[in-house]
Design a binder for this molecule. Structure first.
Ligand SMILES: [Zn+2]
Length: 332
């Protein structure tokens, strides 16, 4: 069985032990009823309150095998949720990849031709190259460009605590704090291998006003991950005062712990020799002391460069030249 999930670190292969097939607790929802939508773009629906307010957008299925976002949006539709001000757009992104989801081989439907979340630069979008994902990105581009704020729902290969990627802007961090959940907020600027949606255009511009967050809701196919995704949607809408709090209340299952803020400082790239971690890290471990072993790149020990070093989404099987793990500094 091919091992191709490369979700968290571009090109890194988290691997999949054939002896331990992943347990898929979630059922992919039927999204066919949402295909027509009302925007002229398939699988995109805009709910208009008729009142002034921001255009908020919740986005699922950037990666076709990340079911929790689709389940959350399906849940919002089923709740009959309407914004109380402004507009709310609900979008299913890489629906072609999602259509190939097979619970027996759940890693395989992440994308068809390329990663939908690495194509968000004008040069690529305006260029001549073609792929399933680029075609869909070009369809969705005006939808995303019309949003004031985007919540982009994802999940992870490892069983890692949920986290918000808020980019480098103060307004990204501020929105993550106003959501109050998940508890980890991680500031980074994306990947050398291509721009993410949350880094596109005005969303990452230092002086801008538009904001985009990516929430990694948990392990791809755990039940809990779908609950985190739905709660994240509701907290995003509450942060803009865009829904009735009474509607959201039954789904807010936990008061967030104190949120912790991590600034990503660097990536550890695996060399030619085998890269081995010092422990079976899953991500968000805090290594308290500088000089603590993270792993070995061949014979060379890789040590934490500072106190309070957080491991961000380690690859399960790092390959040469690829990101083994990113490191972040925990804000005291
Ligand atoms: Zn993803």
């Amino acid at each position: 069985m091919p091992l191709i999930d490369t979700h968290s670190s571009p090109g890194a292969d988290p691997g999949l032990d054939p002896a331990l097939p992943p347990v898929v607790e979630l059922t992919p929802p039927d999204i066919a009823p949402y295909r027509r939508g009302n925007t002229g773009v398939d699988y995109v629906t805009t709910l208009d309150s008729g009142r002034d307010g921001p255009h908020l957008l919740i986005n699922a299925l950037v990666h076709g095998n990340e079911l929790s976002g689709a389940i959350a949006i399906d849940g919002l539709f089923r709740m009959g949720l309407r914004p109380s001000r402004g507009r709310l757009t609900l979008a299913f992104a890489n629906t072609a990849a999602y259509a190939t989801f097979d619970p027996a081989h759940p890693y395989l439907s992440r994308c068809l031709d390329e990663d939908f979340n690495r194509v968000w630069s004008p040069a690529l979008l305006d260029g001549r190259r073609d792929s399933v994902e680029l075609r869909r990105a070009r369809e969705l581009r005006p939808v995303y460009e019309s949003a004031d704020a985007i919540l982009d729902l994802h999940s992870m290969s490892n069983d890692t605590a949920p986290l918000i990627l808020c980019g480098r802007t103060a307004r990204g961090r501020d929105l993550a704090v106003r959501m109050g959940h998940p508890a980890w907020i991680v500031a980074d600027e994306g990947h050398a291998s291509g721009r993410r949606l949350i880094d596109y255009g005005g969303f990452a511009a230092p002086g801008g006003v538009r904001t985009a967050l990516l929430v990694e809701c948990g392990q791809h196919w755990r039940k809990e991950t779908a609950a985190v995704a739905l709660e994240s949607c509701l907290r995003f809408l509450l942060a803009f005062d865009a829904i009735d709090p009474a509607l959201a209340a039954p789904h807010l299952r936990r008061r967030a712990d104190r949120q912790r803020f991590v600034e990503v400082t660097e990536a550890v790239t695996a060399g030619e020799a085998e890269f081995r971690f010092a422990a079976p890290f899953v991500g968000m471990e805090v290594l308290e002391r500088a000089g603590t072993p993270i792993g070995w790149d061949g014979d060379r020990p890789v040590l934490t460069p500072y106190d309070g070093c957080v491991l961000i989404m380690p690859a399960r099987r790092p390959r040469a030249g690829q990101t083994a793990v990113r490191l972040g500094r925990l804000e005291p």
